[in-house]
Design a protein around this ligand. Structure first.
Ligand SMILES: *[C@@H]1O[C@H](CO)[C@@H](O)[C@H](O)[C@H]1NC(C)=O
Ligand SMILES: *[C@@H]1O[C@H](CO)[C@@H](O)[C@H](O)[C@H]1NC(C)=O
Length: 422
């Protein structure tokens, strides 16, 4: 029986008559192409470059991503970018569990009183129950846990506040208890408060930034399933080479604290835009960042991309699958440089347009899983269900229902459902 996501894709293709639809794997677009631009049921026209689009089977890619997700639940080895996943499988699929970052704005200021832990013991939503549902009910295997820098240090550029770290750690432990990987994300846009506040470029020094990471990495050095997300969404960075130096300081601090094997996510400019990563110089600057042994093992580029009209993640409707504008050039660059990226924020409204474009984006990422590790949806946690990009499941205990976009597209389980139709 057809699932709704499948129907939405098929409906988009149904505007052309059947004889105009491309067979699976046939060309369906590109510069100069005059043939069919839609695909038969079960396939979606997916741009491989500006010059070439192809009818890619949806079922194959979705089924494959589910396979690897469930496989990774039973493995205890830490991830390594020396592992080459098969094309068609994503190693990580996850959800952001937001709340500790509430009150943070793009100028790097964070009102710590507005931090809202997504944990019932702190009067928040049941983040633990959400994560347990996402793993056991949907097949997810990673969560990203945003937190304001000011919350971690209790508003001073100085030592980590142990009381606040313990509060954040309650969420981290809830995440780890599900068996998933847990991304620690300092959600500060490369800044501390307003004005000339950019880390290493007028704001806190690299040493001050590194000190925070030394303390966090010391705390988690023996926890193999944490991932260090150095900084959320730097933007308007005057000098990318200086920023790469700040990122290097954090990487060196984390490794020297004893967290020698875990993944570290390296964030570029332009709100970590996947689409601007190559064209605006983030890749060329960040590829020089290395571990203390000179290698780039488990140094993964952090990229975000939304699907709405201005890539802001603020609109309910989606207008693009980002393949031509972002993923294709990024994938090409990553292969040429033998590196990998992780899409730690993406999302859309619970609308038919987002189901359609998100399914296409995920299918493309899965086809390029040798260089794209996975994606993390924005967002569940302490948002209200009315939030435009809500991925908040409704329910409690062991009974939860997913939002439309999660159920039909983003959850690994959605692929399993569609795979079983064939
Ligand atoms: C598309 O084709 C043109 C002309 O052959 C070529 O110059 C260009 O590099 C191609 N673009 C891509 C993305 O392959
Ligand atoms: C590229 O980076 C510069 C410096 O941060 C910024 O001013 C500019 O807006 C960025 N351009 C694009 C296209 O994102």
């Amino acid at each position: 029986m057809p699932q709704k996501c499948y129907l939405a894709l098929a409906a988009a293709a149904a505007v052309a008559s059947v004889r105009d639809q491309g067979a699976i794997w046939s060309q369906c677009g590109g510069v100069g192409w005059t043939g069919a631009t839609t695909c038969v049921d079960g396939a979606v026209c997916t741009a491989q470059s500006d010059n070439y689009s192809q009818c890619v089977p949806v079922i194959a890619t979705m089924t494959a991503s589910t396979t690897v997700t469930s496989a990774s639940k039973t493995t205890t080895t830490s991830p390594s970018n020396t592992v080459a996943p098969r094309p068609g499988t994503l190693k990580f699929v996850g959800v952001n569990i937001a709340g500790f970052d509430f009150g943070c704005t793009t100028d790097g200021s964070c009102t710590t009183g507005a931090a809202n832990p997504p944990l019932t013991q702190y009067s928040g939503k049941d983040g633990e129950g959400q994560m347990t549902h996402f793993v056991n009910g949907d097949g997810y295997n990673v969560f990203r846990l945003p937190v304001g820098w000011q919350f971690l240090t209790n508003n001073i550029i100085g030592p980590v506040d142990q009381t606040n770290l313990a509060e954040y750690d309650a969420l981290v432990q809830s995440c780890l208890a599900t068996g998933a990987y847990c991304i620690l994300d300092i959600h500060n846009y490369a800044r501390w408060n307003k004005g000339a506040s950019i880390i290493g470029q007028g704001g806190p020094t690299n040493a001050q930034f590194a000190q925070t990471w030394t303390e966090i990495a010391t705390f988690y050095k023996d926890t193999q399933k944490v991932v260090f997300g150095i900084m959320n969404e730097p933007h308007d960075i005057p000098d990318m080479n200086l920023w790469a130096g700040s990122v290097q300081a954090a990487v060196t601090a984390i490794r020297n604290a004893g967290a020698t094997t875990q993944m570290i996510l390296l964030p570029g400019n332009d709100y970590t835009s996947a689409g601007a990563f190559v064209s605006n110089g983030s890749g060329d600057a960040l590829k020089k960042v290395v571990n203390p042994d000179g290698s780039a093992t488990n140094l993964i580029f952090d990229v975000h991309q939304y699907l709405d009209s201005d890539n802001s993640g603020t609109h309910a409707e989606c207008v693009t699958n980002n393949i031509d504008s972002a993923w294709a050039p990024l994938v090409e660059w990553l292969r040429a440089n033998k590196r990998q990226a992780f899409n730690t924020e993406t999302g859309g409204g619970n609308t038919a347009s987002c189901v359609q474009y998100m399914c296409q984006q995920i299918a493309y990422q899965a086809q390029n899983s040798d260089v794209i590790l996975g994606y993390v949806g924005w967002s569940a946690g302490n948002f209200d269900a009315s939030y435009v990009l809500s991925e908040l499941p409704s329910g409690s205990g062991s009974s939860w229902a997913d939002t439309e976009l999660v159920a039909q597209c983003m959850a690994p389980k959605a692929g399993a459902q569609r795979g079983s139709m064939s």
